[in-house]
Design a protein around this ligand. Structure first.
Ligand SMILES: Nc1ncnc2c1ncn2[C@@H]1O[C@H](COP(=O)(O)OP(=O)(O)OP(=O)(O)O)[C@@H](O)[C@H]1O
Ligand SMILES: [Mg+2]
Length: 310
């Protein structure tokens, strides 16, 4: 173990050497101008990829699968970019989130950190969200509908892809509306690549803590409550509530809060449980702020949001 034992296995080490410090680090990517590699160019380049690397999938996905414009400057779009998996940020019941670097080797200006959220289509994936939230979502392809009903392997793939697509669409719409959510870079099947929320000095990467883990002083607490209310208000004006809002789905990026985990975003009008879920979101958030000493009133927030939703 490292010198200062982290409370849990260091999430930023690649899985291969998370458990075993003797495992050698992944091979470094060779520079394109390496001269001792003769042979076809693609062969050389592919041989240069280590096991935890792949060519950037940016060009492989269609335009509609990329994030909204105007695209932030840090998004790396070069064909020469390589995705390197740096480790697991969090494994969950429905999805696993990995830290991925997308960078043009040797070009520090074109280097970005991404969170890759991969929805599971495995047998043990829990479907806890599938009932209440999908009331208003139609599945048009009948084979998909039947597969979902049977929960066949194909069905699980469809469900995983739909959750990913739903979250990607929500992130794009909300980001464009100014809600503090990670910028969605692209979607490819079950995988969403989005802005990594956290800090990095180039070597050490630290994900922003979840709100639940923080102990803000009174001023910061008040500012964060304002930010939560503002974010929920923008959502309400668009006709939505998060649907699973909690201090575990809000990251504290310094003084700024970032809302995450949006696959089940709820349409307040179309979903018969919309108002209930809005109230639950208000109560969960107000309860956390109250537990930290702020006079946060869930009913007052709920009323204010309802008034803006219609
Ligand atoms: N963009 C991001 N930047 C940094 N960390 C992230 C990002 N997205 C997710 N994470 C980390 O991964 C965790 C899980 O993400 P998310 O809540 O979206 O997935 P989930 O499948 O719902 O997981 P859980 O069941 O734990 O809520 C987050 O709590 C956060 O710690
Ligand atoms: Mg979550």
């Amino acid at each position: 173990m490292p010198e200062h034992d982290p409370p849990y296995p260091d999430p930023y080490l690649p899985p291969t050497f998370a458990g075993d410090p003797r495992t050698p680090p992944p091979r470094r990517l060779r520079r394109h101008d390496d001269t001792d590699d003769a042979g076809p160019v693609t062969g050389v380049l592919d041989a240069a990829l280590a096991e935890d690397q792949r060519w950037s999938t940016w060009s492989a996905v269609e335009k509609g699968q990329r994030g909204p414009e105007p695209r932030p400057e840090w998004v790396v779009t070069a064909d020469a970019a390589v995705d390197t998996e740096l480790g697991v940020l969090k494994t969950g019941k429905e999805a696993d989130v990995f830290l991925v670097e997308r960078a043009v080797p040797g070009d520090d200006a074109r280097r970005s950190l991404l969170a890759a959220k991969r929805y599971r289509d495995l047998d043990h994936r829990a479907f806890r969200r599938d009932t209440v939230y999908t009331e208003d979502r139609r599945v048009r392809r009948t084979r998909d509908r039947r597969a979902l009903d049977r929960k066949s392997r194909y069905g699980r793939q469809v469900a995983a892809g739909q959750w990913a697509a739903a979250e990607f669409a929500a992130l794009g719409e909300l980001w464009s509306a100014g809600v503090p959510v990670p910028y969605p870079v692209q979607i490819d099947g079950n995988e969403i690549l989005m802005e990594f929320v956290g800090t990095s000095d180039g070597t050490v990467h630290e994900a922003a803590p979840r709100l639940a883990r923080t102990r803000p002083d009174a001023d910061l607490l008040a500012s964060w409550w304002d930010q939560v209310r503002d974010a929920m208000a923008v959502l309400a004006r668009l006709g939505y509530t998060h649907g699973d809002l909690s201090p575990y789905n809000v990251l504290a990026d310094g003084d700024r809060l970032v809302v995450i985990d949006l696959p089940q975003v709820v349409d307040l009008v179309a979903n018969p449980f919309g108002t209930e879920l809005l109230l639950r979101d208000c109560r969960t958030m107000a309860a956390w702020f109250a537990s930290r000493g702020l006079d946060a009133d869930a009913d007052e927030l709920f009323a204010a949001l309802l008034a803006q939703a219609w």
